[in-house]
Design a protein around this ligand. Structure first.
Ligand SMILES: O=C(CO)[C@@H](O)[C@H](O)COP(=O)(O)O
Ligand SMILES: [Fe+2]
Length: 229
């Protein structure tokens, strides 16, 4: 199958109602979510504690699309097996999480999962330039990781463009995460990102009782991004 570089909207369930995660996932998938983005955080690599492998396993039966797991855990290696067995489709590790990024990627692929690398805003593209064959996705952070609802960092647009040039025609997704909404989505899409994570901009104003708002929010982000291509 040819590599699919079309725009994908990946709602971050960090902004969902945690008391209703299964229903929230069903609601956003029924209204256009392409991937489900999950944000495990360890209270050490980032100053927040969120989701562990048990929760990922619990929501897995509700995810019919693609489970994209962004590990904000350092070191990640001791937990890769657990998140793989919980049903992740993509496991993304931070380049800064250490101690050996390439070994982490090997572990993810050995579990039969797709392997992503997240780069914090101050981490240069050089960290992945020599290992592109071992990567399925590069996640360019557009905020400091740890919390939803932060403001997009415009300086990252040029980094996305340089990442697009670096990967050329390789089958690697470029994901952006942080402050993506209908205003910022076209900027990153034009620069070359094809997987747009959005938490607050998807869940804002909606609920499982008012799910059509999720559909409106997803559509607004996708339409804005596609109009820029
Ligand atoms: O990884 C993270 C936060 O560290 C994200 O996935 C956020 O959940 C995105 O939230 P918004 O900026 O879209 O509200
Ligand atoms: Fe994330």
């Amino acid at each position: 199958m040819p590599f699919d570089r079309s725009i994908k909207i990946a709602p971050s369930i960090l902004s969902a109602d945690f008391a209703n995660l299964g229903a929230e996932i069903q609601a956003i998938e029924a209204r256009g979510a392409d991937w489900i983005h999950v944000d495990p955080m360890d209270g050490h690599f980032v100053p927040n504690l969120t989701i562990g492998p048990n929760v990922v396993a619990a929501i897995r039966p509700h995810v019919k699309t693609f489970m994209d797991v962004h590990l904000m855990i350092s070191p990640a290696d001791p937990y890769i097996g657990a998140f793989a067995k919980a049903g992740s489709d993509m496991i993304t590790v931070h380049a800064e999480a250490g101690p050996h990024l390439h070994r982490s990627l090997q572990s993810v692929r050995a579990e039969g999962k797709m392997a992503g690398v997240a780069l914090n805003m101050t981490t240069p593209l050089d960290h992945v330039a020599d290992i592109l064959d071992d990567i399925d996705m590069i996640l360019i952070m557009t905020i400091n990781p740890g919390f939803g609802g932060q403001k997009f960092t415009h300086a990252m647009i040029d980094k996305v463009a340089r990442c697009r040039a670096m990967i050329a025609d390789r089958p690697i997704h470029i994901q952006v995460d942080g402050g993506i909404d209908p205003t910022t989505a076209p900027l990153v899409a034009k620069a070359g990102a094809n997987v747009l994570v959005a938490g607050s901009a998807v869940f804002r104003g909606g609920s499982v009782a008012q799910p059509n708002i999720y559909g409106d929010n997803i559509r607004a982000i996708r339409d804005a991004a596609q109009a820029a291509l």
